[in-house]
Ligand binder design. Sequence first.
Ligand SMILES: *[C@@H]1O[C@H](CO)[C@@H](O)[C@H](O)[C@H]1NC(C)=O
Ligand SMILES: *[C@@H]1O[C@H](CO)[C@@H](O)[C@H](O)[C@H]1NC(C)=O
Ligand SMILES: *[C@@H]1O[C@H](CO)[C@@H](O)[C@H](O)[C@H]1NC(C)=O
Ligand SMILES: *[C@@H]1O[C@H](CO)[C@@H](O)[C@H](O)[C@H]1NC(C)=O
Length: 358
Amino acid sequence: MATGITRLLLLAAVCVTVAHAADRSLLTNLRTPYQIGLWGDLPYSDLQATVGVPNLIKDMNSYALRFSAFNGDWKAGSGNSSSTTPSKCSNELYAQCLGYLNSLKAPAMYTPGDNEWTDCDREKNGNYSSRERLDYIRKTFFGADKSLGQRKLSQVVQSEALCIDENGAPTACSENRRWEVNGVTYFTMNVPGSCNNLCDTSPDELEFKARNAANIKWMKDSFAAAAKAGSAAIMIISQADPGWDDSDKTRAPLRDAKNLTQIDSDPDGFFEYLTALREQVIAFKKPVAYVHGDSHYFRVDKPFLDSKGARLVNFTRVQTPGSNANNGNNDVNWVKVIVNPTSREVFNYALMIVPGNN
Ligand SMILES: *[C@@H]1O[C@H](CO)[C@@H](O)[C@H](O)[C@H]1NC(C)=O
Ligand SMILES: *[C@@H]1O[C@H](CO)[C@@H](O)[C@H](O)[C@H]1NC(C)=O
Ligand SMILES: *[C@@H]1O[C@H](CO)[C@@H](O)[C@H](O)[C@H]1NC(C)=O
Ligand SMILES: *[C@@H]1O[C@H](CO)[C@@H](O)[C@H](O)[C@H]1NC(C)=O
């Protein structure tokens, strides 16, 4: 055990080393605390598009965020023919979202949701080809190896051609991204609702199979990268609520929490994915936050169990609030996370009720 004096001397030595470091990476590797913003499932109405989301962006911009992440669903599930803002999957919808992201001062991350691709084949969304809309998203949002937003952050991109495009040809799942800030690893995966593209209008098993395998590979690569870098924690960001247990049939697929088998009647787009995730989380032995949207209900809990039913104590699910019509049409809020890489839990969460939106 270090005495007070040796600790002081050690601290002095560290300060001297830092002060003299020619290598800037030593400074950026310092594990100082910072804050980030999370949001998703917005806007779902004209009022949210023209008032709620602009208020939210203004609120986020008033904080010194290192970055923000939007976890998908830029519109309601089905288009509204009386809407004056884009509510179908037309190019104007994507232009509107890009405008939101690029009006954020801090680097802005994004992972796609079912409402802007898998469900674009619904008649009320304009009968689009879901694969074509995903190709368009890749072209429009994910052409560069950096974030969106006014300031940009470099990202590692899943660049192997493991997904498939509109014509069934191999293409990169370029929306899958990874980045690191002060000793914490973040990554996104394209995991949408509608059973991960296995249910709802025109399910697409071929597309699912390619992307699911790619996601699992990206997950394993990213855990390995985090372990190699000695990261203090991982945060994963995607859209779907895959269902972790059998407790909440109004919001997610029901699943046996021990063997992970889905126990309701929908096709299961998440079994293999969750099985792989569980192995990675157990082996990592440090905090893992899993951020998703989908069911529009803010919560932070620990729903993931091992095969014997013991809680994975280092795993936290964070569900962003999203549009909640039951609480007024302009209920547009976000989650601020204080990230302290040297604290035991690393992530601390606060629901930010946006001024003017309630
Ligand atoms: C459709 O949009 C109009 C105009 O914004 C709105 O008044 C109406 O409530 C919306 N309908 C639904 C079902 O959300
Ligand atoms: C969408 O497809 C359906 C079924 O094929 C068809 O009946 C409908 O007219 C189409 N709607 C539009 C807007 O193209
Ligand atoms: C998983 O658990 C459920 C009970 O919740 C059971 O019905 C099912 O047979 C189990 N599946 C496997 C593969 O063990
Ligand atoms: C949970 O994470 C902490 C580090 O924050 C580690 O010391 C502990 O061993 C982990 N627990 C498990 C069960 O992996």
